[in-house]
Ligand binder design. Structure first.
Ligand SMILES: Cc1cc2nc3c(=O)[nH]c(=O)nc-3n(C[C@H](O)[C@H](O)[C@H](O)COP(=O)(O)O)c2cc1C
Length: 242
């Protein structure tokens, strides 16, 4: 049993193409949701919510904004994990105390982490059921439109979506960076840049079709472009940052 879980985790792969006719049973969905809700959570705060999106019109709309992720409608179900500081705002209101979460980034970070822990538990549950999933962080590209479409209240931030379904293609396990560039024992150890370049070679050999650039170029380009301030503005609008 233990080795089964270890194997499951070490064989993780993202799947993006699903059987459009495959229906997830209510029991399967419930198992995924129950697994997500049992994730560790800061101070037992459970500062997240999960949207289960089945409505074809909503899913169609999400894809029209983000056509690179058609599985948002072709999968069996689409979940969105929200960092949710609304519940505790209701508590503050009820107790007639100030609600000061916007004064620091820390509450938002812990709520986002809570949402991500729940999401990762869902990913693992999906794989244990013999199904596949893809995390969709690019929902944040249309964050304002999505918040309106899904009626998100103040103090709520959509962290990522998760398309879940029955994969129709096999995928090879994607190699990771060398351990020495990622894992440190006792204190942070600097490492040779060549380890990072080694990963370019590993990924080139792996030949992932959807990658148009090597790993180093992808991140040189991504982190040298001017950063969009859309999410920052959204967080202010949601009262999550002053
Ligand atoms: C926060 C986050 C956001 C992601 N967003 C997307 C996305 O918008 N579209 C997509 O196709 N994959 C997305 N992914 C999946 C990653 O591309 C994938 O996990 C990564 O390439 C590693 O591949 P693997 O999961 O198959 O090992 C996302 C993953 C994470 C963790």
């Amino acid at each position: 049993m233990t080795q089964e879980t270890i194997d499951l985790l070490q064989n993780h792969r993202t799947y993006r193409q699903f059987d459009k006719d495959y229906q997830l049973s209510d029991l399967q969905l419930q198992q995924i949701l129950d697994s997500a809700r049992q994730a560790p959570t800061w101070m037992n705060g459970q500062l997240y919510s999960i949207l289960v999106i089945k409505d074809p019109q909503i899913r169609e709309q999400l894809v029209s904004w983000n056509p690179g992720n058609p599985h948002m409608k072709d999968s069996s179900v689409f979940l969105i994990f929200l960092a949710d500081l609304k519940r505790t705002q209701k508590v503050a209101e009820d107790k007639k105390v100030p609600y000061r979460v916007g004064e620091s980034i820390d509450p938002l970070l812990v709520a986002t982490a809570d949402a991500v822990f729940a999401l990762q538990n869902a990913v693992t549950a999906v794989e244990a059921l013999g199904l596949g999933s893809v995390v969709v962080g690019s929902i944040r590209n249309n964050i304002d439109e999505i918040a309106e479409l899904l009626h998100l209240p103040d103090y709520v931030f959509p962290v990522a979506g998760l398309s879940i379904g029955k994969p129709i293609v096999d995928m090879q396990i994607k190699p990771r960076l060398p351990q020495a560039a990622v894992v440190h024992f006792d204190t942070y150890q600097d490492y040779d840049y060549s380890l990072i370049e080694d990963y370019d070679a590993t990924m080139k050999k792996f030949g992932e079709l959807r990658e148009t650039k090597n790993w180093t170029q992808k991140f040189a380009d991504t982190f040298s472009r001017p950063t969009s301030k859309k999410v920052d503005a959204f967080l202010k609008k949601q009262k999550l940052l002053d």
